[in-house]
Design a protein around this ligand. Structure first.
Ligand SMILES: Cc1cc2nc3c(=O)[nH]c(=O)nc-3n(C[C@H](O)[C@H](O)[C@H](O)COP(=O)(O)OP(=O)(O)OC[C@H]3O[C@@H](n4cnc5c(N)ncnc54)[C@H](O)[C@@H]3O)c2cc1C
Length: 320
């Protein structure tokens, strides 16, 4: 059976997030007819980029009020596209935006919802998705009940980015009543000190209580900067007030999946591991050779982080 799939691309400040191209790859695995929706002030330019990378029929909804993500207006506009094009599967990113938007979309369309999936496949006239639970210790397959549109958010960094493929841009206009909202975003300000998004980062350096105090965090940040990495934190140092919650990785923080994860002064409590253990390569720096983090580390460095981190930073800066 050929499915009609709608990918919802993510843009921030008028720039497409890489995860949008991962969603196109995920959609391509099902072999169906791909549509991609992009909502932005300058949606046509973004749509051309998506079309040149396999986005299929790229539906561009351009309006100044769509420049910033607003789940209320985005929900109404995408629902209008769903009513017009009748896809069976809607794919979005399991990011802050995607999670907010897709729960709303599923409710608005009385659909079925699966979040943060890591695999998908077609079997007969059904689409099955795999969703990890209990920190990845249990994987279960889900499908939508008959007749329900399936809303699915996909974990970033699982699929590769599509780099080429066929596509065409279709300019869509929507009724202005759909753009009315009780709230609006006036401005987007990046948080100081976090230049790389954690969920999109290929490399993450994370600091734990072993760093002893907030005054030592710049030393870890310097290592992150030398690698062009995102800067993560354990809950222990977030709770201690050394760093903002937006950096927290783990059960009650972010789930990340980078190519390289460097854990500095982190013991490896299960609540931390569930947020990062699917990272491709894990390097742990800890002075306690029995720290649980070494059970999942690809490479372990047993020693004092105050000696090891500056030495690594120096090396990485030298090869930059
Ligand atoms: C419901 C619940 C939810 C939770 N959610 C999260 C979550 O989302 N994320 C999270 O991270 N935690 C979470 N936690 C907390 C978690 O259980 C741990 O308490 C926390 O992860 C510990 O953080 P840590 O590894 O930084 O600190 P610690 O466990 O104190 O570990 C510090 C490590 O640093 C090492 N060290 C010390 N000095 C040095 C040095 N000089 N050089 C090298 N190594 C050194 C020590 O050997 C030690 O292993 C949660 C807990 C609960 C109950």
């Amino acid at each position: 059976m050929s499915f009609r799939i709608l990918v919802v691309a993510e843009q921030k400040n008028g720039k497409l997030a890489n995860v949008s191209y991962e969603l196109i790859t995920a959609a391509g695995k099902l072999g169906g007819e791909i549509y991609t929706a992009v909502l932005a002030e300058d949606a046509t330019a973004l749509a051309s980029e998506l079309a040149s990378r396999g986005g299929g029929k790229v539906l561009a909804v351009a309006h100044a009020s769509l420049n910033y993500f607003n789940d209320e207006t985005y929900g109404k506009v995408i629902s209008a596209l769903i009513a017009k094009y009748k896809p069976q599967l809607i794919l979005g990113p399991a990011t802050f935006y995607g999670k907010a938007l897709f729960a709303r979309l599923a409710a608005l369309n009385s659909g079925a919802m699966a979040s943060d999936i890591t695999a998908l496949k077609a079997e007969g006239d059904k689409i099955f998705v795999t969703r990890p639970a209990y920190g990845g210790n249990v994987l279960f397959d889900l499908t939508a009940a008959d007749g329900r549109i399936f809303f699915v958010t996909v974990r970033p960094k699982i699929f590769s980015e599509s780099s080429s493929g066929a596509g065409e841009v279709i300019a869509e206009t929507v009724d202005s009543s759909l753009l009315a909202s009780r709230s609006s975003v006036k401005e987007m300000v990046s948080e100081t000190g976090q230049s790389v998004s954690l969920t999109e980062a290929d490399i993450i350096v994370t600091a734990g209580r072993g760093v002893r105090g907030h005054e030592n965090l710049p030393m870890i940040k310097e290592l992150a900067d030398a690698l062009g990495a995102g800067f993560g934190a354990s809950r222990a140092i977030v709770d201690a007030g050394w760093i903002a919650y937006s950096h927290q990785i783990g059960q009650t923080g972010k789930t990340v999946n980078p190519k390289l994860y460097i854990a500095v002064g982190i013991s490896g409590a299960i609540q931390h591991l569930v947020g990062m253990q699917s990272s491709k390569t894990i390097v742990a720096i800890n002075r306690d050779k029995d720290a649980p983090i070494f059970n999942i580390a690809s490479y372990g460095i047993v020693g004092d982080l105050f000696e090891i981190v500056p030495a690594l930073t120096k090396k990485f800066q030298a090869v930059k």
